[in-house]
Design a protein around this ligand. Sequence first.
Ligand SMILES: Cc1cc2nc3c(=O)[nH]c(=O)nc-3n(C[C@H](O)[C@H](O)[C@H](O)COP(=O)(O)OP(=O)(O)OC[C@H]3O[C@@H](n4cnc5c(N)ncnc54)[C@H](O)[C@@H]3O)c2cc1C
Length: 423
Amino acid sequence: MPARQPGDVTVVGAGLIGLFSAHYLLERGYDVTLLDAAGAGGGAARVNGGWVCPARSDPLPSWGVVRDGLRSLVRPDDGSFFLGARALPHVAGYLGRFVLSSGRRRFERSWDELDVLNRQTARLVDELVGAGIVVGLQDEGFLMLHPTRARAEASRAALLAVSRRGLSPAPERVLGREELLELEPGLGERARFGFVHRGDRWLDPSRLVDRLVESALSRGAHLVTQAPVRAVRQRGSRVELATPAGVRGAGRVVIAAGAWSERLLRPLGVRGYVTPGKGYSFTVRPEHPPRHVLRLGDTHIGVTPMGDRTRLVGLVELDGTREGVHAQRIALMRRQAAPYLTGIDWDASTDVAVGPRPMTPDGKPLIGCVPGAERIVVATGHNMLGLSLGAATGRLVADLVAHGAAAGVPAFDPMRFTRRRGW
Ligand SMILES: Cc1cc2nc3c(=O)[nH]c(=O)nc-3n(C[C@H](O)[C@H](O)[C@H](O)COP(=O)(O)OP(=O)(O)OC[C@H]3O[C@@H](n4cnc5c(N)ncnc54)[C@H](O)[C@@H]3O)c2cc1C
């Protein structure tokens, strides 16, 4: 495909996807401006778990999650996937399609499709390490912890299946409590069995955001903060962006506004059902800081070592909002995590935050050109995987800007929910 002459591109949203897109557009010689409603990394980018995990990048919709969501309506003080009853009218369209995507066959197919991006992740991240953009990448492995041997073996069997996809080495053997304590002396009494799984890596996402910004600015990009974009439309060979400061023009536009994207997409005729799924995050300072990422068995809570801090992340809350910490969710995370960890003053937790994950009904991102307005590229809906899939997405966005819709991947077609009425 012949590439177009590089011109100017405005990227709406300086979160992970916008920043990775800017990186690859700059590499191709485009003149890049980033506009962000808040500041760089103002959405979910800085508060996330920091996992770059191609081996763990399966789509969210599955019967287990559906069960968890229904249970949370009855028992709101338990589980990991929460539906706010009052938000149901706002999220019904998303939920209906989510349930339809949760069957085994759809799940497997979506996972195969996500692997198109997953398979590029390790190489692209290594290149970014070489370029000095990704710093502090850790690879000591993920330690999967369980209260019983049976659960540890079942979780290991699931990861063995993942390793057969060629995205990670096979998980190591299941260890008992004594061996686990040799690896991680700060484990609590519920961590009785576990095993190490290598292949996935992690970093401090806030540092990554800062490095991506520094690198983009040093190559001539412009970043405008406190600049919300209200609407985008193509007029002939230019694109107009409505902002509170007036209308701006651009040769091409990338919409990468994360969980805020839907309101920019709808007027363009794209119905993506991008829905905010709030995730919680806070910092603790354990007496024995972990060296591995810890997965706390039945809780869906992840624990990430980040220098002298340790970050806990977890939960998906669909309450129709993008912000607002509910104290009972933090209390629930502490209650669920406490039996797995010792030497933590939970009342001294800091950096309590939520981030809105841009959720899509089938767990796959929306990446592609807007039909009839090919100068506008959509790159959003990365669910729980925006960091893992960010580099591969950024490269695909640069391809779409350079070559148009023909460079798209059908599985990520932003029109897939719009076209199939009654999906
Ligand atoms: C607790 C938690 C843990 C997570 N852990 C991981 C993990 O370990 N690994 C992983 O891969 N993913 C993880 N994720 C998911 C990941 O953070 C998201 O998928 C990712 O941030 C999505 O990137 P994005 O650029 O689409 O959106 P965001 O990073 O949210 O960025 C969107 C940006 O757009 C801006 N914006 C919004 N509206 C406008 C507008 N109208 N005009 C201009 N700018 C606008 C916002 O201010 C924001 O800066 C986690 C998320 C959470 C919440």
